[in-house]
Design a protein around this ligand. Structure first.
Ligand code: C5P
Length: 220
């Protein structure tokens, strides 16, 4: 038997990254942030001077894309080759371009292969993977599948709190634009069959982590 897989999807600013990481740490599970891989590929292509709307060029770049991550929840560094891109992939420039990379079907296929290798790999009893299509495409057979949502207002306010010097209105507009683009590719706003919705709008961070852990425990 492979590791126990927990799949978590949701929109930008739903808190799924920090909540999933905290839940993984509490359970002694590994953690996989799939959005970080899309971001790292976006960073890598941009670094090479590639226009991310040029699908052919992005697909060609994957051949040299040496993506390395640490799945230990407390040590989330992301590397492309020898370069630590942990901070760079959160840059608003990357956020603004990543949807163009994520809509390339061949990119999704190739990254999904990497993700499935990590999920089924050894070295962990369980793993929490979060993104947009984990419950539906990457790991539809996972025993625990969760859609983490929050109202658009709450998501924008939380994200604005993370990004210094940006107004809530500005952040709300960026989140809306990215969600709109991403929704053309995969529906992460509706829970698929068998997926449990956790709405964090009226929950604080710890309450959200507990709600997610309750779903995981019920599935174990
Ligand atoms: O989760 P995060 O906001 O870091 O994801 C960055 C981007 O990566 C998303 O806006 C989306 O375009 C893409 N993504 C995706 N499928 C996933 C995870 C992320 O398309 N499973």
């Amino acid at each position: 038997d492979g590791p126990f897989v927990v799949a978590v999807d949701g929109p930008a600013g739903s808190g799924k990254s920090s909540v999933s990481k905290a839940a993984a740490a509490k359970l002694g599970f590994a953690f996989l942030d799939t959005g970080a891989a899309y971001r790292a590929l976006t960073w890598f292509a941009t670094q090479r001077g590639i226009d991310v709307t040029d699908a052919g060029a992005v697909i060609d770049a994957i051949a040299d894309f040496d993506y390395r991550i640490d799945t230990e929840p407390g040590r989330q560094r992301v590397f492309v080759g020898e370069t630590d891109v942990t901070g760079a992939i959160r840059d608003p420039e990357v956020s603004a371009r990543v949807s163009a990379v994520a809509r390339i079907a061949e990119v999704r296929l190739r990254l999904n292969e990497i993700f499935r290798g990590i999920l089924t790999g050894d070295g962990h009893d369980g793993i929490v993977a979060e993104g947009r299509d984990i419950t539906t495409v990457v790991a539809p057979d996972a025993p625990a599948r969760i859609l983490l949502t929050a109202s658009p207002e709450v998501r924008a306010a939380r994200r604005a709190g993370e990004l210094d010097g940006h107004s809530v209105a500005e952040v709300a507009a960026q989140l809306h634009a990215r969600d709109h683009a991403d929704l053309q590719v995969v529906d992460f706003m509706t829970a698929a069959d068998g997926v449990t919705t956790v709405d964090s709008t009226d929950l604080n961070f710890d309450e959200t982590v507990d709600a997610v852990i309750d779903v995981i425990k019920a599935a174990r």
